[in-house]
Design a protein around this ligand. Structure first.
Ligand SMILES: [Zn+2]
Length: 116
């Protein structure tokens, strides 16, 4: 994995996420949700689903952004592309799909399992 290529890729992802977070965060102008939504209105049901979806997207963008920034830091420290858990190289195919990946697939699966 070429470090310059990896950096460019990560910076592109970061910029894209910055934009997503800005857009999604700005549209976040609802009042409190939940208890007093009429359950039988199709329109409101749609709006609520819409809100939940952009909430989930915002959350996903923010947490991915953290991973991307972390990957950029590892790149600066010369530790990019090495699994943070087992120290083995993260396969390049995985880094292509997820340039921010900090773990090989095996350690990621174990990590996801622990967090769940
Ligand atoms: Zn590993």
């Amino acid at each position: 994995m070429d470090v310059a290529v990896a950096r460019k890729r990560l910076e592109e992802v970061r910029d894209e996420l910055d934009r997503s977070v800005a857009v999604l965060g700005r549209s976040d102008q609802r009042s409190e949700r939940g208890t007093d939504y009429p359950q039988d209105s199709a329109d409101i049901g749609t709006n609520l689903a819409e809100t939940d979806r952009s909430d989930a997207m915002l959350e996903a963008a923010q947490s991915r952004r953290v991973l991307v920034l972390d990957a950029l830091r590892r790149l600066d420290e010369g530790r990019y592309g090495v699994c943070v858990d087992c120290g083995k190289p993260v396969p390049e195919s995985r880094l292509k799909a997820r340039p921010e990946a900090a773990r090989c697939l095996k350690c990621q699966a174990a990590w996801d399992h622990v967090r769940r």
